[in-house]
Structures are given as C-alpha cells and as structure tokens.
Design a protein around this ligand. Structure first.
Ligand SMILES: [Fe+2]
Length: 135
C-alpha cells in the first residue's frame, strides 16, 4: 500500500524546468490514483483524483504545446495529435473506472502511456529545444 506505482527518475527529465515540474505533477496524480485503488478510502478518492488528473493534464498539454510552438518545433502537429488522443482515451477509461468503481482500468493505461510518451516522444523535442536555447 505504501509503494508508488511510478518512481520519478532524473532520466525522465527533458531539461525544460516547467515541463519537468508538470510531468512530475502528473506522475504524482497517477500515484495518488494508485493509492486510491489500494487505500482504505478508495471510493472517496477515485472521482476527485480523476477530475484532478483530467484538468491538470489539459493544463500541462497546453503549456507544452505553447513552448513547442514558440520554439518552432517542426513535429508539433503530430505531438498535439498524440495529446488529443490521450485526453479522449483517458476520458473513456475514466468513465469506465468510475462506472465500475475500479481505478485499475485507468491506472495501467496511464502508467504505460505517460512513461512511453515522456521517455520517447518528449525526448524527441528535448534535443531540439536544447539547441534552440539561448547560449
Ligand atoms: Fe508531450
């Protein structure tokens, strides 16, 4: 019960302070969902934590896309498409989790998506943004 589902690691950082901070925030919320699943008050936590996740994910995606656009990242449309899909999929999984009062449905999906997205797709823009940064 006291284990974290995802342990944040420095290898997951993209080098943009606000993006790294928000990624850690998303991981925090996913870990709270995991806690909700295993904790004694799971039914009290599931809905508010799910709402928090949806709202915060949108905030983070907006910030990330704004930064990528401002930097002229060439693959921004593809990146935005992936975010849109995640929002739609998360909503679907969240509805199903809430309906069945079971966060497990959503947690497995979220863990895989975020780890893969941060470590693969977001790393693609890392090098680009570092090269763009003022010296
Ligand atoms: Fe992203």
């Amino acid at each position: 019960m006291n284990n974290l589902l995802i342990v944040w690691n420095d290898v997951n950082t993209v080098g943009i302070p606000i993006i790294d901070e928000q990624h850690r925030g998303i991981v925090t919320v996913i870990n709270s969902l995991y806690y909700a699943l295993n904790g004694p008050r799971s039914e009290d936590f599931l809905e508010p934590v799910t709402n928090m996740l949806m709202a915060y994910t949108k905030v983070h995606f907006s910030a990330e896309i704004d930064i990528l656009e401002a930097a002229g990242y060439p693959d921004v449309d593809n990146h935005r498409r992936q975010h849109d899909e995640l929002i739609a999929d998360t909503r679907r999984y969240a509805i199903s989790s809430l309906k069945h009062d079971d966060a497990r449905i959503m947690i497995d999906f979220l863990k895989n998506w975020w780890i893969n997205h941060i470590n693969r797709e977001d790393m693609l823009y890392k090098d680009f943004l570092i090269k763009q940064a003022p010296k």
